[in-house]
Design a protein. Structure first.
Length: 319
């Protein structure tokens, strides 16, 4: 059975055709907070599952060559196994994943690319979690699986006045001489093991409705669990480059003022996404971060109980 669905991502109206109604349901309800509707379509996405395509290197190379004329091909073969194929002349994408999980992850990556491409002439992308508090955005930049979602859940559980922005991806741009964070309202991914560090017990989090279908990762609407709203455009004031403490559980926060170090850290973080960048925009935003944003190096404690209050108090002490 072929399943069709349409929805809006930023300025783009997307039509999806999939091999499975289940995949559409997981994409629409388990990852994205979007409104369905009937829109004029300007991009099409076709999703297929080819179980044997990645058994050998020649399998996906042959598939890529078959579709190479007038198409751009991105091959994924590490954690996620699949292809994203794009025809510029037809404005059409084909996703081919080895498993259902691969198809869903590739779709999310593609949607983020479509969204960011709309903003690339004025914005750069951060691999980060973020929230808004008192009309100011806090952004936490780190590698995958190091605690971005855990930080957001910590603040949502402990500080009731925040607005969630995103737990993985934000676009930064200048607006009226201010730096702003803009993002799609994605559901936030969390693992069962992560909540042990927060001492959060909520049976509504870990249920089939929120389960993607691979490992122990669940996708959560923060408003459902913590009754907090989303912000899609917030003024950036605090930036934290964080890592976990491998040798112990000691919390550490240190202000960064070195201009070259800030520029290096921002550039390294944003290149984790394969998104085209306007170099002049990048330079302007980095200079604005240096001049207008309070930047910190953060070591996360092993026990995240009370982390949100601890961090806010330490930030205020250092100002």
């Amino acid at each position: 059975m072929i399943m069709f669905s349409t929805f809006k991502i930023g300025l783009s109206n997307i039509k999806i055709e999939s091999y499975s109604p289940k995949i559409i349901e997981k994409i629409m309800s388990k990852q994205f907070i979007v409104l369905e509707g009937n829109y004029p379509i300007d991009k099409e996405i076709y999703i297929y599952k080819k179980i044997n395509i990645f058994k050998t290197r020649s399998k996906y190379a042959d598939y890529a060559r078959k579709h190479s004329e007038n198409w751009t091909i991105h091959i994924y073969h590490d954690v996620v196994k699949g292809l994203i194929i794009y025809s510029k002349c037809e404005n059409k994408y084909i996703i081919v994943g080895q498993k259902d999980f691969d198809c869903i992850c590739l779709f999310k990556a593609l949607i983020l690319k479509i969204y960011s491409d709309q903003l690339c002439e004025s914005s750069i992308a951060f691999h980060a979690s973020s929230f808004e508090l008192n009309d100011e955005a806090y952004v936490f930049l780190g590698n995958g699986n190091t605690g971005k979602s855990t930080i957001l859940f910590s603040f949502a559980d402990q500080i009731k006045d925040i607005k969630a922005i995103n737990d993985d991806f934000v676009m930064c741009h200048k607006e009226n001489n201010e730096l702003m964070l803009k993002s799609l309202p994605l559901k936030c991914a969390i693992r069962k093991a992560s909540l042990k560090h927060l001492n959060i017990e909520n049976n509504n989090i870990f249920n089939e409705k929120n389960y993607l279908g691979d490992g122990d990762q669940y996708y959560i609407d923060m408003n459902d669990i913590f009754n907090i709203p989303y912000s899609i455009n917030s003024k950036l004031k605090y930036m934290f480059f964080f890592k976990t403490n491998a040798s112990g559980s000691e919390f550490s926060l240190k202000r960064i003022t070195d201009r070259k170090l800030i520029a290096k850290l921002v550039t390294i973080n944003m290149t984790s996404f394969k998104i085209k960048v306007n170099q002049q925009i990048l330079l302007n935003i980095i200079n604005s971060i240096i001049d207008r944003v309070k930047v910190y190096e953060l070591i996360l404690p092993f026990d995240m109980t009370g982390f949100a209050t601890l961090l806010l108090n330490e930030v205020q002490r250092q100002i």
